[in-house]
Design a protein around this ligand. Structure first.
Ligand code: SER
Length: 554
């Protein structure tokens, strides 16, 4: 059975059992910004566990099935062995009040043994702890299905939550023998019975609490690459048809990282020095370091594997990043051997800290991580001041996306004043390629409807294609106009002010037709139509009376 057949078999099996087939979501999660990447099949369905009634509305059924693209970087050091990857696919069936333990376990059993012809070597169930009882019901169902080896287990069989909070619960896992004769975990069936008000870490520390959900939810996950190796009776995942029989650790790292990079780029991530972009940069640079030849051939081979299954158009980003890094890799390696400061290796030679750490480990030397982090924090503070959008040179980073976010930042401030409170004042800002951040004076947490109204207001200005105009004028004149200034900043005699004017009458706006005027060093886009879709990701308190919004353009 080739990879395509296994995917199709899985989807069809659950479709025939009343599940709606839902496509994989993006690797960049939409609803939950507390996670960097989609790491589990349930991620795109997270909200349905607490509001199961929405499933019927959105899917026409309470049960769904998917093959989800996931990126997990927690095990990156393990990549190169037989089974660990940074990119993986997860087969999963999910139910939001449609069925419970019995069906979930019986479906999994039927699919494994009848559809795939695998033999289950053993299963596990949760032993119970605190408010969560021992899972006698799952144990009994497995017994009825004739499974002989049923093992009680602890924390490993309690799953979730992902991110800052969310659904979680006890699980039952299914193990099979692989071609090496080892038992490997193939399928994880989670019974989402609880909502945890903190992260998994907090739960384990005992500082988060579990609240019983009204409706039991089902969340199952089957690691596709591992399943495939078992079905195809291969000794490692690289011998299956989603790889090219990579043999050495180095070859495998290259294949894995190029694959993950291609998928990330397809979902809109770009190499950069922060957040998701940093992970991508690290993956590409790591692949370059382990590859004796240019990555282009590998890129083509991987694209071929997924032809017709996923669209993998890499826009040449891997190539660009590779070129950038190869230019300095050799010089950087020389510097590394001389014992050059890791922070200089990072800023001058593009060595992510993790790369320096790996190299040091290989050579049995040590790295002063604390010192690196201290220097990085200072560096970031400097560039934050520089990118505050005010005079000190304006934006530090002139990447097109940062410039767009800068203009969106002006619109957002204006939108807050128009929609929420005309007295709102900016108290801080920071703009990167990924998102904008604004701190502002406001006496209350924004309601969801307020956030929505602000978003709509900004998106309306974007869709109207308004010109963004820069004018230089004497400081006194700009002050008289009431242009937004940075609190506590000192301005020169002549200043530049950015105006955005909406020819349509806008009664809500504080400034009439001029919807935005700010003291600003720029740069900005020429017209708001260049921005894309504006979205608020998060609104939170930073201090008493000061709120913070993070927002993006998609
Ligand atoms: N969420 C669980 C996992 O990722 C089951 O899908 O393992």
């Amino acid at each position: 059975m080739d990879s395509h057949t296994v995917r199709q078999k899985f989807l069809k099996f659950f479709k025939d059992k009343g599940h709606k087939i839902v496509p994989s979501s993006s690797l960049v999660p939409e609803g939950d910004i507390s996670v960097l990447f989609t790491t589990a099949g349930m991620q795109q369905f997270k909200g349905y566990y607490t509001a199961p009634e929405n499933a019927l509305r959105d899917f026409g059924t309470k049960n769904v099935v998917s093959v989800e693209k996931c990126v997990r970087t927690g095990d990156i050091d393990e990549v190169g062995d037989d089974t660990h990857h940074t990119f993986l696919e997860m087969l999963g069936n999910f139910s939001f009040g449609g069925y419970g333990r019995r069906e979930a376990i019986e479906y999994a059993h039927e699919f494994m043994t009848k559809e795939l012809g695998l033999e289950i070597s053993y299963v596990t169930y949760y032993k119970g702890e605190g408010v969560v009882l021992k899972d006698e019901e799952s144990k009994k169902i497995w017994e009825e299905l004739g499974i002989k080896d049923i093992r009680e287990d602890g924390a490993d069989v309690f799953w979730g939550p992902t991110g800052d909070e969310g659904p979680c619960g006890p699980t039952t896992e299914i193990y099979c023998k692989n071609a090496n004769g080892d038992d490997v975990e193939i399928w994880n069936i989670v019974f989402n019975e609880y909502f945890c008000d903190g992260s998994r870490e907090k739960l384990d520390q005992g500082v988060a609490t579990l609240k019983k959900l009204d409706t039991l939810g089902i969340d199952t996950g089957m690691g596709f690459e591992r399943l495939l190796a078992t079905v195809q009776n291969k000794k490692n995942n690289y011998e299956t048809d989603v790889f090219n029989s990579e043999k050495t650790r180095e070859e495998r790292i290259v294949a894995d990282h190029v694959k993950a990079s291609l998928f990330l780029i397809s979902d809109g991530v770009m190499p950069s020095n922060t957040g998701r972009g940093y992970v991508l940069r690290r993956l590409i640079r790591r692949a370059v370091r382990f590859s004796k030849t240019p990555l282009a051939k590998k890129v083509e081979k991987i694209k071929k594997i997924y032809e017709g299954v996923y669209a993998l158009d890499d826009r040449g980003e891997i190539q660009k990043e590779e070129n950038k890094f190869r230019e300095t890799l050799e010089k950087g390696m020389k510097e590394f051997k001389k014992g050059t400061d890791p922070f200089v290796l990072f800023t001058t030679y593009g060595f992510p800290l993790e790369l320096t750490l790996e190299l040091a480990k290989e050579r049995g030397t040590s790295v002063d991580v604390e010192d690196f982090n201290k220097k990085l924090a200072e560096h970031q503070k400097l560039s934050q001041t520089a990118s505050a959008g005010m005079f000190k040179g304006g934006l530090a980073n002139h990447e097109p996306q940062t410039i767009k976010l800068h203009t969106a930042h002006h619109l957002l401030l204006a939108g807050l004043q128009a929609v929420v409170d005309k007295n709102i004042k900016q108290r801080g800002s920071n703009i990167t390629e990924e998102r904008l951040r604004i701190d502002f004076l406001c006496d209350h947490k924004l309601e969801d409807v307020e956030k929505k109204k602000v978003e709509d207001w900004v998106n309306d200005k974007i869709s109207r294609g308004l010109d963004v105009v820069r004018r230089e004028m004497p400081l006194a004149e700009a002050e008289k106009l009431g242009a937004e200034m940075e609190f506590g900043a000192k301005y020169p005699e002549t200043v530049s002010v950015y105006f955005i004017e909406d020819p349509a009458k806008d009664g809500a706006s504080k400034n009439g037709n001029i919807i935005s005027k700010e003291f600003c060093g720029g740069p900005h886009v020429k017209n708001t139509s260049e921005l894309g879709v504006f979205k608020i990701q998060k609104e939170e308190a930073v201090a008493s009376g000061i709120r913070r919004i993070k927002a993006v353009l998609t």
